[in-house]
Write a protein that binds this ligand. Structure first.
Ligand code: GCW
Length: 704
């Protein structure tokens, strides 16, 4: 005979199974993408029956002091678990599985991570979430929801996680007037004008989304900063955001304009060694900390692309950074960007940051971090890793990547950046410090945000995956980008295994398609001037030489590529000898970096068995074909996904198909105008004349 409890259980399962069928057969909900990966769509089939049978309830043992973070944790768990049962509220049954929160002290930075494991509670089977602090419990609750969303039964969940690096940061290039530099998803999400009185509820959804992937720091404004954002009225606005985000574990930082003492302080100079300047920054820091006790610090772009900096006064980057670091004291951090290069410097642009910063190794104050872009040029679809990684052992280095796709199609189509970031994180610096992920592990990683006021946050649905992947990789760089793609897609689109397989495969390959149709074999920086949209490899006449595409490809009738070997600029010499040796020989270099480091004749024989010219054409073609394939794969998913988002992505892919052809044809037309070579047999002819491509003009392109 069945016990009373057994009957209830059995009944619950039967009902759940019945409801499961109903849910599975229900029409797909209309979706607008706003919920991101936190949709918590109802489970189906067995997974739904399991969850309903478990009937979880959230328990915070008495004696735990309450905190805003803990309240959010409980609410997230309750709402998420209920939603995945197709309910609005959790329902307790006699057999309910308690999810017990065992969180240590309220305030903590979440860095110690969390554990999730079965544990007895009040004499019954339970699932315990344990963390040394409340933020750890919040991270754990999002991890638990993710596992459930991926279809894992509660009783099978065992996790022990801690973030791999302390600082997991978004850098917004948002201007106070609402325009976003290199933003393709509408206006800024920050409504500075109406702050501090009006806090857009979106600011909470934003914080939630970030917390769910472990992001814990946000620079709210553009590195091309306006000084007035340090004025008292902005400190009040920033305080409102900081207060709203604190429970989610997010610290705010400001991009600071180095010349602010002149612009808003009434001083004549901003010399970092001038006592009046130092006193001004000290007072400014005190003023900010009085309002925001956990203010993170300043991010600074100095002496780069026209921004003011210490070199204006003959001082070094270290002297500039250390002055600000002294003003912050042990309360905060100065993040100083290594993205520097000068028009007047005839040195290969990709070598200038290394040349300026390596001699300063060991001179930066303890609370200074030097932030280094993934590659030595500028967020291109592919670059070798930045030689600074591993070369400044006595400086805290942080990695900067671009989530917004300035150079990878902007808001067109699909370019999943997980593989790009994984490539740099996994690059061996050859200097004993291990791979880049190990070099930055004590510090952190920043991503230039891709959010905007568009309903779906990122302009295209798939760009949500880049935000997601950034957070996940900063939390744990050892995760595979494919696994991240799959878990994102499962939470965002569908759990149907076949559809999931297709989407994951599309994402995995997508970045390589962009590399192929924009800059195969190590070509880079061939985009249109200013807006950086579309191809313009022919541009050679800009006053700043290093802004010209032809500075980078160096193509003429004889050949193409930038000789960065010892015979050329010797940028190779900035890498560890073992790495430089691998790349020095065009016959053995990884073909992905071939023309980055070598200049070759058009008819040079490549290890692929093709001439350089034939290989280039083949790769452009592979890029175009790859995008066509993605569009076809996506087309077959109609019916498996909600119609609105399916249609939106189909349109994005149609744009990308057009742009891939444009890049291929315009580039080939230009190369042919130099080398006079016919296209290899079988290659599709170029659609328009070179002149027609050159005449295209886009003064209104977004994001400038
Ligand atoms: O990628 C380039 C962009 C600039 C940007 C700069 C930087 C914020 O084209 O728009 O300025 O890099 O990183 O500072």
């Amino acid at each position: 005979m069945m016990s009373g409890r057994g009957v209830v259980n059995r009944l619950a399962m039967v009902i759940a199974a019945a409801l499961g069928c109903a849910v599975a057969a229900a029409p797909l909900r209309a979706e607008d993408g706003y919920a991101l990966w936190l949709r918590h769509a109802p489970l189906e089939g067995e997974a739904l029956a399991d969850l309903r049978a478990a009937a979880p309830v959230v328990v915070a043992p008495p004696g735990e002091d309450d905190s805003p973070t803990l309240k959010i944790t409980r609410a997230e768990l309750a709402q998420g678990l209920a939603a995945m049962q197709g309910e609005t509220k959790l329902r307790a049954t006699p057999d309910s599985l308690p999810i017990v929160l065992r969180c240590g002290r309220a305030r903590g930075d979440g860095q110690s991570g969390f554990a999730i494991a079965p544990q007895a509670f009040a004499g019954r089977r339970a699932l315990a979430i344990s963390a040394p602090d409340h933020l750890g419990c919040l991270y754990a609750s999002f991890a638990l929801l993710r596992e459930v969303a991926l279809g894992r039964p509660l009783h099978a969940i065992r996790l022990g996680e801690a973030p791999a690096m302390p600082l997991r940061m978004l850098n917004h290039w948002d201007n106070p007037d609402g325009h976003v530099e290199r933003g393709y998803a509408g206006r800024s999400i920050f409504d500075w004008w109406r702050l501090p009185e009006r806090l857009d509820p979106r600011m909470i959804d934003y914080a939630r989304a970030n917390a769910s992937i472990g992001i814990n720091a946000v620079v709210v404004n553009n590195v091309n900063a306006r000084a007035f954002m340090l004025e008292p009225r902005y400190i009040a606005k920033l305080k409102r955001l900081a207060d709203a985000w604190r429970p989610y574990g997010i610290r705010v930082f400001l991009a600071a304009r180095f010349s602010a003492p002149i612009e808003i302080g009434g001083l004549a100079r901003a010399d970092p060694l001038d006592p009046a300047v130092r006193a001004w920054w000290q007072a400014k820091a005190d003023e900010i900390y009085a309002a925001i006790p956990d203010f993170g610090g300043f991010l600074v772009k100095a002496n780069s692309e026209g921004q003011p900096g210490p070199q204006d006064y003959g001082r070094s980057h270290a002297e500039g950074a250390n002055m600000l670091a002294a003003a912050l004291g042990n309360r905060g951090t100065v993040i100083w960007r290594a993205f520097v290069y000068k028009a007047e410097d005839a040195t290969d642009r990709t070598m200038q940051a290394f040349a300026e910063f390596v001699p300063l190794d060991g001179q930066f104050a303890k609370n200074v971090i030097v932030q280094v872009k993934n590659g030595p040029l500028d967020f291109q679809p592919r670059e070798p890793f930045h030689p600074l990684f591993g070369a400044m052992p006595n400086t805290r280095l942080m990695l900067e990547v671009q989530i917004t796709r300035e150079y990878l199609g902007q808001a067109s189509g699909i370019a999943y950046l997980g593989p790009l970031w994984q490539e740099v994180l996994g690059a061996d610096t050859g200097r004993g410090g291990g791979v880049v992920a190990e070099v930055i592990a004590p510090v952190g990683m920043a991503g230039v945000a891709n959010t905007g006021s568009d309903r779906n946050w990122t302009g295209t649905d798939f760009d949500q995956a880049n935000w997601y992947a950034f957070g996940r990789l900063a939390w744990q760089p050892a995760l595979s980008s494919e696994q991240i793609a799959r878990e994102w897609a499962a939470q965002t689109f569908t759990r149907d295994p076949q559809a999931l397989g297709t989407i994951t495969e599309m994402m995995r390959a997508s970045r390589e398609h962009v590399v192929n149709y924009t800059g195969p074999l190590g070509l880079a920086h061939l985009m249109g001037t200013g807006h950086h949209y579309g191809p313009a490899p022919w541009v050679c006449d800009l006053p700043r030489p290093e802004w010209n595409p032809c500075y980078y490809h160096r193509a003429d009738k004889d050949g193409i590529g930038f000789d960065r070997t010892a015979r050329g600029s010797n940028a190779l010499g900035q890498y560890a000898p073992a790495i430089a040796a691998q790349w020095a020989d065009p016959a053995s270099i990884d073909l992905r970096y071939l023309l980055w480091f070598h200049r070759l004749a058009w008819d040079a024989a490549l290890p692929t068995g093709r001439s350089l010219w034939a290989e280039l054409v083949a790769r452009y073609d592979a890029g175009v074909a790859g995008v066509d394939a993605m569009a076809a794969q996506w087309g077959r998913l109609a019916g498996a996904l909600d119609a609105a988002r399916h249609a939106a992505v189909s349109a994005d892919l149609a744009i990308q198909r057009r742009e891939a052809r444009w890049w291929r044809d315009a580039s080939l037309a230009y190369w042919q105008s130099l080398n006079g070579l016919p296209l290899p047999e079988g290659a599709a002819p170029v659609a328009e004349s070179l002149e027609a491509y050159q005449a295209r003009n886009f003064p209104e392109a977004p994001g400038q």
